[in-house]
Design a protein around this ligand. Sequence first.
Ligand code: NAP
Ligand code: MG
Length: 502
Amino acid sequence: MSILTSENKRPTKRSAGRPLPELIFGDLWEFDPAPETADPKLKPRYDLFIGGRFVAPVSGKYFDSINPANETKLAEIAQANAADVDAAYAAAQKGFAVWSKLPGKERAKYIYRLARLLQDRAREFAVAETMDGGKPIKESRDFDVPMAAAHFFYHAGWADKLEYVAPGRKVAPLGVVGQVIPWNFPLLMMAWKLAPALAMGNTIVIKPAETTSVTALKFAEIVQDAGFPAGVVNIVTGFGDTGAAVLNHPAAVKVAFTGSTEVGKIIMRSLAGTDKKMTMELGGKAANIVFDDAPLDQAVEGIVNGIFFNQGHVCCAGSRLLVHEPVAAAVLAKLKTRIRTLRVGDPLDKNTDIGAINSREQLTRIEKLVASGVKEGADMFQPACKLPTKGYYFRPTVFSGVSMSHRIAREEIFGPVLSVLTFRTLDEAVEKANNTAYGLSAGVWTDKGSRILKMSTELKAGVVWANTYNKFDPTSPFGGYKESGFGREGGRQGLLDYCKLV
Ligand code: NAP
Ligand code: MG
């Protein structure tokens, strides 16, 4: 299909630094494959992890975890029922009696070991994460796994300094916490949940998402290798009903949920009136706002990272681009040129920018919302890249001419789809950015520090990035406003959600 000659097929030192004609960029490039080949060391079947051991489910049932890149079966995963969840809580209660009594500096050693052991097996975990969830290997290798380790390192550091979590007050662990996590950052979301809870002295029953349980169960091997007392970390796998059993269990003194706003609301309704503590990390529809004085090329990189990172399966994705009118045409043109260079395809290829959509279900949801954008009259742009014939893939998509009432401007698409809107004044930008049920994150691109400060005060979002996007650090609290949830993960604030003040 290539109309390129063998001479101009690959970038050479000669071409670096000078602009290339648009033809050479993107759509027509062909690259040799560069697959990551490390062995993910998967077992054919994973049981539940309860009381420090892998145990077959009482239910006797298993379901398949598949690789969304090629629709092949990766492993069988146990499907926990209510009796399995009961067993996990019984183990966690026993574990609490031991774990909560350990001095903080002893707990720190265990948590530190988790970080080190994860680092030792980083490559294997990155490959497993990519095969199970579809994200590009360069992201699981350079972001998910190192960030997960960083969360354990950071919280190991806190475990013997808990008197500084709430200065002037004493803190105590809560007991057994029930946690449920989504499929977009499976290992990392697990680290966000486990690390602060463990540092505080709580024990855990956690349920990963049904499409991405593999790295959680591989992590159970690390918990064993780190020599944790039995029952401190318990992992039960299954579908939504297993999640509901975990969060509604009478032995759970606190529940922490990351997932969709829709399911978050169901959980809040069912827990209303109980005395369980709750934190909710839910959906988002963030505004990424570019002013006319912004460094436009950097902004375009930030826009691309903001929406196409992890196929757009990111709760804080910059899915609404708000551009200042004077630069709107220029930004859109640069953006389209840049998008033509993105490589969509095999997630295990080290050069892939956009991997597979996590599941067929999610692909269908993205397709439906994109069709609604076309139907409602927005202008759609997609590069002409080839997609693999097997697996779940979606082209990076940009809608311009979007108005605030369009579904694609209001609903979380959770895919590689950007909606572009424009604004004339700062007040209009703030008004449009805040005109959403969500409030998880936002981005501001401008040369003026005063404008950054003004915007970050006005924007109703848990995180506001300035002249960057999607930057994370375990020291920095993350969480939402409005329907994006409540509670914080990371930093001192994240620890406060896992303790009681005595
Ligand atoms: P989801 O459908 O809400 O599922 C999240 C988790 O809840 C999964 O483990 C799911 O199990 C489980 N679940 C489903 N129904 C349940 C119920 N009735 N009771 C208890 N648990 C239940 O969300 P998702 O599609 O996996 O994840 C995408 C969503 O997560 C997006 O909206 C995204 O914005 C949000 N998210 C938010 C943050 C944040 O920090 N704010 C971070 C990441 C993702 P199954 O997998 O078996 O369905
Ligand atoms: Mg899978």
